[in-house]
Design a protein around this ligand. Structure first.
Ligand code: PFF
Ligand code: NA
Length: 448
C-alpha cells in the first residue's frame, strides 16, 4: 500500500497545523499563569530547543524512511532480530485517546463562538456561571457540539492526505496566523503589553518548583505533537527531496512563536483590565470574555476572531490525531478509508461522550474511576505518561536501533557533520535521560 504525498508547503502546513493547537492558545497561556510566568517559559523554551526539536527530527525520520503507517514503519525499519519494535508503532493509538477530550474542548469553542453573538459576560461571576453551567449541567448541548466537531474532523480525514488534510491546513493555518498576528499588533498598542511582556519573559526563579519543570517538559512534547505518531504519519507522505531538518525547524519555530504570541495577546488584555494572571483552564473561557466585554463592540469582534483562531488551531490538530489510526487500519486491514474513518471516529466519539459526562452533575460519579472523572484520567494518561513514553521509544529507536549509517545518510547532508553529531548526542543521551527522569518522577519513584 503506497501512501499519498504532500506537496512541500502542504507538508509544512499540515505538520505545523498538527503542532499548533489548543496546546498553544489555550493550555500554554494558562499554564504560564499557573506556574508563575517567565521562569516556566524559559524552561519550556530550553526543552524545546534541546530536546523537542531533536525528537521532532527523529520522529519525522522514522516516518520518512518507513513510508507506512506507524506500526508498519517500525516493523520495516527494525532489524529482524528485534521484531518487537513494531509494538512501538501503536503509539499512533494515543491520538484517539487524546481525541476523546480534545474533541469535547473543540465543542466548547464552537459553543462559545455561537454564544458570542448574544453578548459577552460583563462579570467574572457571570462568565464562570456560563462555563460551569455548560460543563456541569448541559450534556445535551455539549454532545451536540462534540458531534459537530467529530463530523468536521472525520470528513477532512476521510478526504485523505491531499484532498482533505493538505487543503484544510493550507487555508486554516494562514488564516489563524493572520488573526493572531493582527491581534498582536493591536495588543502592542495597549498599556498592558509591557506588563505582559515582562510577565512572560522576566523569570522569577522563586516561582519555579519541580512540578513546574515536569509540566514544562511534558507540555513541550504535547505542543510539538511528539510521541504519538502524528508527525510520523504525516512524514510517511513527505515529498521526496524535502529537508527533514528544515521542516522540523520551521514547524518547531512556528509552534513556539504562536504559543508566545497567544500568551502575549491574552495577558495584554488581562493586565490591561487589571485582572490577575493565575486563572487555570478557565482562562480563555472565563477571564478573556469578561476582559473583552470592556472593549465594547470591538471586544465582541476580538472575541469572535480569537475563538475562530482557536477553533482552527484545534481542528487542524484533531485531524492529525485521527489520521495515524486511520492510516494503520487502511494499511493493515486493507479496508477503505471510509470504513477506517468510521471505526476510528466512532471509537473516540463514544468515549468522548463518557468524558464529557464525567464532568456533569448527573453522570459524574458513573463516569469516574476512584473519584477521578474520566476526562481527567484520559488527559493525564496521555499527556503525562503515554506521550513521554512515545518520545522515549522514538529517541531510543533512532539513537540506538536504526543503523547509524542509515541515519547518517539521511541527515548528514542536511545538517553537516558538526550539527549531526550534536543532534545525535541529544537523541542518544539528553532526550532519553530527561524523559526517563520525567517518567520516574511521575510514577512517584523519583521525586525531584
Ligand atoms: N500539538 C497539539 C497542541 O498543541 O494542541 C496537540 C497534539 C496534536 C498532540 C497531535 C499530539 C498530537 F499527536
Ligand atoms: Na502545539
Amino acid at each position: 500500500m503506497k501512501v499519498a504525498q504532500f506537496s512541500r508547503i502542504g507538508f509544512i502546513m499540515a505538520a505545523a497545523g498538527s503542532a499548533v493547537g489548543l496546546g498553544n492558545i489555550w493550555k500554554f497561556p494558562y499554564m504560564t499563569g499557573e506556574y508563575g510566568g517567565g521562569a516556566f517559559v524559559l524552561v519550556y523554551l530550553i526543552t524545546i530547543a534541546f530536546i523537542g526539536f531533536s525528537v521532532m527530527v527523529a520522529e519525522m525520520l522514522i516516518g520518512a524512511l518507513g513510508r507506512r503507517d506507524t506500526v508498519s514503519s517500525f516493523e520495516r525499519l527494525a532489524p529482524p532480530s528485534q521484531p518487537g519494535w513494531k509494538y512501538a508503532g501503536f503509539m499512533g493509538f494515543n491520538g484517539l485517546i487524546i481525541m476523546t477530550f480534545y474533541s469535547v474542548v473543540i465543542g466548547w469553542i464552537f459553543y462559545y463562538l455561537f454564544e458570542i453573538f448574544s453578548g459577552l459576560p460583563t462579570s467574572t461571576e457571570a462568565a464562570k456561571a456560563t462555563f460551569d453551567n455548560l460543563v456541569a449541567n448541559e450534556p445535551g448541548i455539549q454532545i451536540f457540539w462534540h458531534t459537530l466537531a467529530t463530523l468536521i474532523v472525520t470528513y477532512v480525514v476521510y478526504r485523505g492526505i491531499k484532498g482533505g488534510i493538505e487543503k484544510t491546513n493550507l487555508v486554516l493555518m494562514p488564516a489563524l496566523m493572520i488573526i493572531l498576528f493582527g491581534m498582536l499588533v493591536y495588543a502592542f498598542n495597549l498599556d498592558g503589553f509591557s506588563k505582559a511582556f515582562e510577565f512572560m519573559f522576566a523569570p522569577d526563579w522563586n516561582k519555579l518548583n519541580s512540578e513546574a519543570i515536569v509540566r514544562a517538559v511534558g507540555h513541550s512534547f504535547f505542543t510539538l505533537s511528539l510521541g504519538m505518531g502524528s508527525i510520523m504519519t504525516y512524514a510517511a507522505s513527505l515529498p521526496k527531496h524535502t529537508s527533514i531538518t528544515k521542516a522540523a525547524f520551521i514547524v518547531t519555530f512556528m509552534d513556539t512563536l504562536i504559543a508566545l504570541v497567544a500568551g502575549l495577546v491574552i495577558y495584554t488584555f488581562l493586565f490591561h483590565e487589571g485582572a490577575p494572571a493565575a486563572q487555570g483552564p478557565g482562562l480563555v473561557f472565563i477571564s478573556l470574555p469578561v476582559v473583552l466585554s470592556n472593549f465594547g463592540i470591538l471586544g465582541t469582534v476580538l472575541a469572535l476572531l480569537f475563538f475562530l483562531a482557536l477553533s482552527f488551531a484545534g481542528l487542524t490538530s484533531a485531524v492529525s490525531l485521527v489520521e495515524p489510526v486511520v492510516q494503520y487500519i487502511i494499511d493493515r486491514f486493507d479496508t477503505s478509508r471510509f470504513k477506517a474513518v468510521l471505526i476510528a471516529g466512532s471509537a473516540y466519539y463514544l468515549v468522548g461522550i463518557g468524558a464529557l459526562l464525567s464532568y456533569t452533575k448527573a453522570w459524574g460519579s458513573t463516569f469516574s474511576i476512584g473519584g477521578k472523572p474520566l476526562f481527567d484520567i484520559l488527559e493525564y494518561t496521555t499527556d503525562s505518561i503515554l506521550l513521554p513514553l512515545g518520545g522515549l521509544l522514538i529517541a531510543i529507536f533512532v539513537g540506538y536501533v536504526l543503523q547509524k549509517e542509515r541515519v547518517y545518510a539521511a541527515l548528514e547532508h542536511e545538517m553537516g557533520e558538526k550539527y549531526f553529531a550534536i543532534w545525535r548526542f541529544s537523541i542518544r543521551y539528553i532526550a532519553p535521560v530527561a524523559l526517563i527522569f520525567m517518567i520516574l518522577n511521575l510514577m512517584g519513584i523519583l521525586k525531584i
